[in-house]
Ligand binder design. Structure first.
Ligand code: CTP
Length: 407
């Protein structure tokens, strides 16, 4: 995309609040401009205490002001918001969330938030106590009800030595969140208020302290599902089995290793979930026992590894839902090498889930690649073909079909 082609260049307003995480917004800004976005930075006066105006002006190539009295002839307090394709606020402090929820218009950023008719995303960052305070939570709920996407902050090191929920996600993931928001355009965050649980990656079954039985799953499809669900406003929990990808912005990540650990995590997370998506590749079998020490060569023939079957987590989730009479949509994935549709239909019936995303694997397809292609089978007999494309396209198709099933 040519930056000079102002007709097609997406216009992003980057709102920056007065928090120490403002320095991460510099990197986000850089990524946005380098990928061809036209970015107008609108910091609060407090944000400039952390990162000065010259930095924002130089990185964006645009004028920077905090108040409504600069360049009045251009009516910036109205125009900046009206012309934006996306307003992305990072870090969004407790103060910004409160001012936005109250509809105040006391600086350029709050004026911009009131005039914007494009998608608005807040990436909050603050200390855990401030995030958890009922006042902040009420403000977040208000903003979400009005159609804004408010990404849950990440868990990790905060300003001082303390750790907890309240950290701004990493700039690369903020960039992904901004990109997905632009990609959705005017579409409403249709999963707002929904709790979704996505499993991703592949389980590892220990043979001894250094070896395991595993599979090729990279976790990319599950992470794409988590990212796109967050972009659609969902409350996302990602149960990740051995994935070495950065945490998607807005998702709560629970890490597991083995199938039994994954089963335990899903048993906890399924409660209160509106949607469960099992995209993790689960090992069907595990060694009966894991050796306490590394197994050594002895010169004799190797001892066979005795296996025991793992629980079928997906079938178990469906059985619990049905037994408890929950309104919950359950989605499975199937990796097939042959007779993809027939095997898929048989698996859908066997597992009892609502949707089964069937993709053909082997020959370099699906595992670790950026693209995916699949057929999504419905328990009502439907079959939706998703042509080869980014894993986010498949993820969005899954959410479209899930959305139709949610009451
Ligand atoms: N799955 C599960 N628990 C298992 C095995 C699989 O929850 N022990 C889930 C996967 O997460 C996926 C779906 O079931 O959503 C299908 O996985 P797949 O490996 O294709 O199916 P299997 O049941 O293992 O069937 P088979 O190996 O016979 O193809």
């Amino acid at each position: 995309m040519s930056v000079s082609d102002t007709q097609t260049v997406p216009r992003v307003v980057l709102g920056v609040g007065g928090g120490i995480a403002a320095y991460k917004a510099c990197e986000l800004l850089r990524r946005l401009t380098e990928s061809g976005h036209r970015v107008r930075v609108v910091p609060t006066a407090e944000a400039l205490r952390f990162v000065g105006e010259p930095t924002w002006a130089a990185l964006s190539g645009q004028p920077v002001s905090t108040g409504v009295w600069d360049g009045v002839h251009e009516v910036p307090h109205v125009r900046i918001g009206q012309e934006a394709d996306l307003v992305f606020v990072a870090p969004a402090t407790a103060n910004i969330l409160a001012r936005a929820a109250a509809g105040l218009a006391d600086d350029l950023l709050t004026n911009t938030l009131l005039t914007a008719r494009c998608p608005v995303v807040f990436a909050p960052a603050m200390h855990t106590e401030m995030w958890e305070h009922p006042a902040t939570q009420a403000n977040v709920a208000t903003l979400r009800e009005r159609g804004a996407v408010v990404l849950d902050p990440a868990v990790g090191r905060l300003t001082g030595a303390d750790t907890g929920r309240g950290r701004l996600p990493e700039p690369a993931e903020l960039f992904e969140a901004a990109r997905l928001a632009l990609r959705r355009g005017a579409a409403a965050p249709d999963l707002a208020g929904r709790r979704v649980v996505v499993s991703a990656g592949g389980t590892r079954e220990a043979i001894d302290p250094v070896r395991f039985l595993g599979n090729h799953s990279s976790g990319k499809q599950g992470y794409a599902l988590a990212r796109t669900a967050a972009a659609r406003g969902a409350d996302v929990t990602l149960v990740a089995a051995n994935v070495s990808l950065p945490d998607p912005a807005g998702a709560r990540v629970v890490r597991v290793g083995s199938a039994v650990e994954l089963a335990e995590a899903m048993e906890t997370e399924r409660v209160g979930a509106d949607v469960i998506v099992m995209s993790a590749a689960v090992a069907d079998f595990r060694p009966v026992a894991s050796a306490a020490s590394k197994i050594k060569k002895s010169g004799a023939a190797p001892a066979p590894i005795e296996l025991v079957e793992n629980p079928d987590i997906l079938a178990g989730l469906v059985a619990s839902r049905d037994a408890e009479g929950r309104e919950q949509t359950v989605v499975g994935f199937a990796a097939e090498t042959d007779d993809v549709i027939d095997n898929g239909r048989a698996k859908l019936a066997r597992k009892g889930c609502d949707l089964l995303v069937v993709n053909q694997v082997g020959g370099g397809r699906a595992f670790g690649t950026e693209d995916n292609q699949a057929v999504i089978l419905g328990s009502d007999g439907t079959a939706v073909d998703v042509p080869t494309g980014p894993k986010e396209d498949l993820a969005d198709r899954v959410w479209d079909l899930v959305r139709q099933r949610l009451v």
